[in-house]
Design a binder for this molecule. Structure first.
Ligand SMILES: O=C(O)COP(=O)(O)O
Length: 223
């Protein structure tokens, strides 16, 4: 069986799993708990990409009619983030779903001997919960979350750590994502990048960040 790449790295939110509905639920659980107005699903979609803590900070700033710096320095942020943590863990798996062709493609790629990794900005405790909720964990050889390394995407460190772990040269590796952050990460690592149009790209069409290919779904990785 043909093996076009030895290693394929995937973004998580908006690429493998549609996570935004339950993230919005957990954010709004938290806002209600602190008597703050709720935010919309579209706002949550557009805040995804920089990690879940950053998304919560955006929501608190919008809902509390204040700015991001004030929220970041607020004494209550630790308490609020702790409550969010509780709500999100409870919501994980409740309204998220795998995008079409994801599981079939991952299984088929593994069958061809391709190493598979997740490189996400989501914090590791949430990454693990989401992957476990969808029985995806055993399909990956390596998982790099937003707090695994000192830097997160678009820094290429996550990609570099996967290339090193499997001894794969850049030309034999591919990054697959849904956002300008993913495209920038791959470019920063000198890697090819394919993008999915159905995810979360901060309200912008994915074509705008010029990935090498836009694919309709993950099954294109098997062509
Ligand atoms: O948690 C986020 O905001 C982003 O996660 P992603 O890197 O998997 O898109």
């Amino acid at each position: 069986m043909r093996k076009p790449y030895d290693l394929i790295m995937f973004d998580l939110d908006g690429t493998l799993v549609e996570t935004a509905p339950e993230i919005a639920d957990a954010v709004n659980d938290t806002l209600r708990r602190f008597d703050l107005p709720e935010v919309t699903q579209q706002q949550v979609n557009d805040w995804i990409g920089h990690g879940t803590r950053e998304l919560l900070i955006q929501a608190l700033a919008f809902s509390g009619k204040t700015d991001l710096v004030t929220i970041r320095h607020s004494k209550s942020l630790t308490l609020i983030a702790g409550e969010f943590d509780r709500y999100y863990k409870r919501r994980c798996g409740s309204r998220s779903r795998l995008y079409p062709q994801v599981r079939e493609t991952l299984v088929a790629l593994r069958g061809r001997g391709v190493k598979l990794a997740v490189v996400t900005n989501k914090e590791s405790r949430y990454t693990a919960t989401v992957l476990d909720a969808h029985q995806l964990t055993p399909l990956f050889d390596q998982i790099v979350s937003g707090d695994t390394l000192p830097t997160k995407k678009p820094d290429p460190a996550g990609i570099h750590s996967c290339l090193t772990a499997f001894g794969v040269p850049r030309a034999r590796a591919l990054f697959v994502g849904d956002s300008s952050i993913d495209v920038a990460t791959a470019r920063n690592a000198g890697l090819s990048v394919w993008a999915l149009p159905y995810g979360y790209n901060m309200g912008q069409p994915i074509e705008a960040c010029t990935p090498d290919r836009v694919i309709a779904d993950c099954s294109a990785l098997l062509d």
